[in-house]
Ligand binder design. Structure first.
Ligand code: ATP
Ligand code: MG
Length: 688
């Protein structure tokens, strides 16, 4: 119980019923979860009967690390993972009850876009993405296509709902699930199959959920069915940090909890252990104007600390220079010595670029988190498509990618004919390959090419099943890439040799990473287990689509973090710089809400409140120093426009406003002062 205050101890010791810890930023909510995992184990609950659910894979990795420090090896069996990873585990074990094969594929966002293009008969990716967005929100609300159509507000929604129906048919045919299904299908499983429900309820002795404010409706339903009547769970959250409303998260989950569980024990934490008083005051002032769902007070005993700085800059490049100067000066003053003590946070991914350039120039090591992930790279997607197809032959999106990467003389026309043929006979593309009547639809030369590909996949599949451990896996992967001549494919596809070489390096890194996973040397970032035993290549390949980071060791690098505000949730750094704090960026542009006028206003108000919470999240990441910067001009598309500081800067109501640190600013101010004086004296002379 060391390192916990009384309220935290109460939450940790409350083992036999539902518990909600509701508290502001930095008050030790996540710490409650890790300590409670340890407490449950100490109280005799088997580690494997505990599930701790985090918001990201990265957060899961961090929590696993901390749990290991607290309980040692015993922690390794705790299921510390995201809702999605838990969903995968449930579906792999019990999805058969829903007609899902254990080797189903997880489709990524690009796969979904192209399936939707096909299902909706459109070649336009933007349109397909709009459908994707709408369908995802419906799924998060727990609606299927028929229900979505029934509640459609207009023709547009009705059409989208019908496309959703066709989309769902395709997913079933491909034995594929999208990200939302990883929550929706396990829920359906528990709702419709009492035996499976009872099994999971008996299996899980306690469920803990971090960042509860950002769960969506289906996640809440899933949680309820997982814990059952005994309701042994601990949720921790902060309504002021709810920042995923745009993706379907709902604060209703917080409101409903005391109603659905009348015996709920609610614990509030009031002491903030992260930030100085100056920082905390700015945070409290910003969140002030938002309506209070649950009133909270937060105090810090870490002292007043450095005042929060407001920094203004001419434009983005100048802003980046000033950030570099600030980092250098803090390091020179000895207030922060490690690069990893610093982070630069912004509203949108594209804003990172100018800071990356400035950091490279100043030789400051950095990493961009929440940006394009390793698994979004074309070459890695190619390899993953092959592995997915090996695992699940019915995965048509993977088939289409693998058969053309590298190109093997099977053209678009052949693939289209194959698709039509497969559709007629209700077969997957792979399933159609060896159909005796295929020859009637496709020229025999093309059939030959397809057969060759199919036989090769079968061969790989056989070998992958019998590949166990790191060394075997490495040999398998290297041989395979040689077989398909993938390196040559990269060099032919890329104009610059340097780029091709970089891609090939990524491929090598991927092989290493796969091999290590097969050897059990690194934890499963899918978060499913961290038992370190050898795995077959097949097993590792099955979890692949769920991963978003190449490896968690990255975290230990001593580098400055560049991150979006959303990806910074739950984290902390000694020195934080919030950049681009301009109207139109933070709050993000609020003026393009569709719908009827009254509705639009309501929508804008809610979005403004969510943006304000985002600012609150940003401020509360800082431990010792915080700088908030804005630019007088900013790029918008190709134009440069005049820009205003964010209203949130005024809302922080800092006592002492702007501090001028930049010599250029001083010079400018002096010049302005001279000009004003000159004008005054001229005016005085004229008046005389
Ligand atoms: P957020 O709302 O940002 O997710 P949180 O409420 O989860 O924050 P934690 O990350 O658990 O807060 O804790 C914030 C910091 O305070 C961490 O560095 C943690 O180690 C420290 N901390 C938490 N509780 C205590 C305590 N009782 N004594 C000392 N330090 C603590
Ligand atoms: Mg936390």
């Amino acid at each position: 119980m060391s390192g916990l205050n009384l309220a935290q101890q109460e939450a940790v010791n409350y083992l036999h019923g539902p518990c909600l810890v509701l508290a502001g930023a930095g008050s030790g909510k996540t710490r409650v979860i890790t300590h409670k995992v340890a407490r449950l184990i100490a109280a005799g609950l088997e580690a494997k009967r505990i599930a701790a659910i985090t918001f990201t894979n990265k957060a899961a990795a961090e929590m696993r690390e901390r749990a290991k420090q607290l309980v040692g090896k015993g922690a390794s069996e705790v299921m510390i993972c995201t809702f999605h990873a838990l969903g995968v585990r449930m579906l792999r074990q019990d999805g058969a009850a829903l007609g899902l094969k254990p080797q189903f594929s997880i489709l990524d966002s690009d796969d979904v876009t192209s399936i939707l293009k096909d299902a909706g008969g459109s070649t336009d990716a933007a349109t397909a993405r709009q459908w994707q967005w709408a369908i995802s929100l419906w799924k998060n609300m727990g609606l299927n296509a028929a229900q979505a159509e029934a509640q459609a507000a207009d023709d547009n929604e009705r059409i989208t709902a019908r496309i959703m129906a066709r989309y769902e048919e395709r997913l079933i045919a491909y034995q594929g699930v999208d990200f939302d299904d990883l929550i929706g299908l396990p829920l359906k499983l528990l709702q419709q199959h009492a035996d499976v429900r009872e099994k999971w309820q008996a299996q899980l002795g306690h469920v803990l959920v971090d960042e509860y404010q950002d769960t969506n409706a289906t996640q809440y339903e899933l949680l309820k069915l997982l814990v059952g009547e005994r309701a042994r769970f601990t949720a921790v959250g902060d309504d002021d940090q709810s920042i995923y409303g745009w993706r379907g998260a709902t604060l209703d989950n917080l409101k409903k909890l005391p109603l659905d569980f009348p015996q709920l024990k609610v614990i509030k934490l009031e002491q903030n252990y992260r930030s100085t008083s100056a920082i905390l005051r700015a945070a409290n002032n910003v969140i002030g104007p938002n309506p209070k769902l649950f009133p909270k007070t937060l105090f810090s005993e870490l002292g007043e600390g450095e005042p929060v700085r407001i920094v203004d800059a001419d434009n983005e490049a100048h802003e980046a220079e000033r950030v570099v100067a600030r980092i250098q000066s803090i390091r020179e003053n000895g207030q922060g010595k490690d690069w990893k003590d610093f982070s630069v946070l912004y509203r949108a991914n594209h804003m990172a670029k100018v800071f990356e350039q400035a950091f490279r120039k100043a030789q400051i090591p950095y990493k961009v988190s929440g940006g394009q992930s390793f698994f979004d790279r074309a070459e890695i997607k190619d390899l993953c498509a092959w592995l997915r197809l090996i695992v699940n032959n019915d995965d048509d999106p993977a088939f289409l990618r693998a058969v053309t990467a590298p190109k093997r003389g099977i053209g678009h026309q052949t693939l289209t004919s194959l698709g039509v043929f497969a559709g007629q006979y209700k077969l997957s593309l792979f399933g159609a390959l060896f159909s005796p009547s295929l020859a009637s639809a496709i020229s025999s030369r093309s059939v030959g090419g397809l057969h060759e590909f199919g036989r090769y996949i079968n061969d790989l599949e056989f070998r992958a099943r019998h590949t166990q451990g790191a060394e075997d896996a490495r040999t398998f992967l290297v041989d395979w890439l040689k077989d398909i001549d993938y390196e040559k494919h990269l060099y032919e596809g890329e104009d610059s040799e340097k780029l091709a070489a970089a891609r090939w390096t990524n491929v090598m890194e991927f092989i290493d990473w796969m091999a290590q996973r097969c050897g059990g040397q690194i934890d499963d970032a899918g978060g499913v287990t961290m038992a370190s035993s050898k795995k077959s290549l097949m097993e590792v390949a099955q979890t692949i689509s769920l991963l978003s980071t190449i490896n968690e060791r990255e975290q230990e690098q001593n580098v400055v973090t560049l991150s979006t505000l959303h990806a910074a949730k739950g984290l902390e750094w000694p020195h934080v710089m919030l950049v681009g704090v301009n109207e139109g960026l933070l709050p993000f542009k609020l003026d393009d809400d569709g719908g009827a006028k009254g509705q639009a206003n309501e929508g804008i108000l809610q979005r403004l409140q969510e943006e304000r919470r985002l600012m609150y999240v940003g401020i509360t990441r800082a431990q010792r120093s915080l700088a908030v910067s804005w630019t007088r001009k900013r790029k918008k598309g190709r134009d440069t426009i005049a820009a205003q500081p964010s209203r949130f800067i005024a809302e922080m109501s800092l006592e002492k406003a702007t501090t001028k640190e930049d010599p250029r600013e001083k010079l400018k101010a002096l010049r302005a002062e001279f000009a004003r004086k000159a004008q005054e004296s001229a005016a005085a002379a004229g008046g005389a």
